[in-house]
Design a protein around this ligand. Structure first.
Ligand code: FAD
Length: 267
């Protein structure tokens, strides 16, 4: 099996500054790491390849410093890494990112059997790239997966939802986005770190990818961030005293009134 894992490099701290003009994160001078959900995706890919054989490729779109994240992925056990890096790709929103990643993934050999992503990136946090990537590639997708079984031809995925757990079977190739419940990512061992230095890390520019210039970077991004702000936290304490039954009924009424309690069965 050839499993491709999409990796985004994110700031190691959530204490990041925002550019007042572009509203993008200011990444300069900030320590970075692999998006935590992507580490779970990589761990799952490594486990599947240990069972069924094959190789794991990691791919990322971002500035040159993303090589650090890719080297760490190679140290964890990935076989090959690809960085899509070009000034023309900068300023991409999720649509342009998914388009560019799809272009890169289509170039990989042998053709992919499975594509794994994190359920969302912990910085920009939209969770859109995985589903958009599946659309770009015309593949089935299952998002927010907490358990995955795969026989090389199809995958069975346990998906977290508001109603409970849904189990989906999809033919391969497919795109699966994973959550943190799926596994515990391994730490790179010293021997893995040494081997990583010799593993291939290929950088592709926009020209290498044969992209439509109207679909990449800022130009290809229909999203505009109009305003960025921290939500105001308001807390309110109210003590209910007196007859317990009356207090309980008042509590339920107040919780329902504030949409904090949903009683099933039409009550
Ligand atoms: P989500 O949809 O939440 O991510 C879901 C999953 O998709 C991730 O877990 C991961 O598996 C995959 N994924 C997402 N993004 C990438 C990626 N880039 N590469 C590989 N896999 C990915 N983004 C910023 O947030 N801030 C920046 O300042 C920024 N600067 C960039 C500069 C350059 C030169 C380039 C080329 C890219 C830059 N990007 C930046 C990356 C890109 O714009 C974002 O990755 C994209 O908008 C993803 O949105 P999201 O974080 O909501 O992803």
């Amino acid at each position: 099996m050839h499993i491709v894992v999409c990796i985004k490099q994110v700031p190691a701290t959530l204490d990041v500054r925002v550019d007042p003009v572009t509203h993008n994160l200011i990444r300069e001078g900030t320590e970075s790491t692999i998006n935590s959900f992507d580490a779970h995706a990589l761990e799952e890919a490594l486990r599947l390849c240990e069972r069924f054989g094959g190789k794991v490729s990691v791919i990322s779109m971002g500035p040159p410093q993303v090589k650090d994240a890719l080297r760490k992925a190679l140290a964890m056990g990935a076989d090959e890494a690809y960085l899509l890096c070009d000034r023309a790709l900068g300023g991409a929103d999720t649509l342009a990112t998914a388009y560019t990643l799809a272009k890169g993934i289509k170039r990989l050999l042998p053709p992919y059997d499975l594509i794994l992503c994190g359920r969302h990136a912990v910085d920009a946090d939209t969770g859109q790239v995985g589903p958009m990537l599946a659309e770009e590639l015309g593949l089935p997708q299952v998002t927010m997966v907490k358990k995955l079984e795969c026989d090389g031809k199809s995958a069975v995925a346990w998906r977290e939802s508001a109603e409970g757990t849904a189990v989906w079977e999809v033919p391969l190739p497919a795109v699966i986005t994973v959550g943190s419940e799926i596994n515990t990512p391994r730490y790179p061992k010293p021997i893995g770190i040494m081997r990583a230095a010799k593993k291939p890390l290929t950088v592709w520019t926009a020209q290498d990818l044969d992209v439509d210039e109207d679909k990449i970077g800022l130009k290809g991004s229909p999203t505009r961030v109009a305003r960025l702000f921290s939500p105001e936290r308001v807390s309110h304490v109210e003590m209910l005293s007196g007859d317990p039954e009356v207090a309980a009924a008042t509590l339920v009424r107040k919780l329902k009134g504030n949409k904090l309690l949903q009683v099933q069965g039409g009550c």
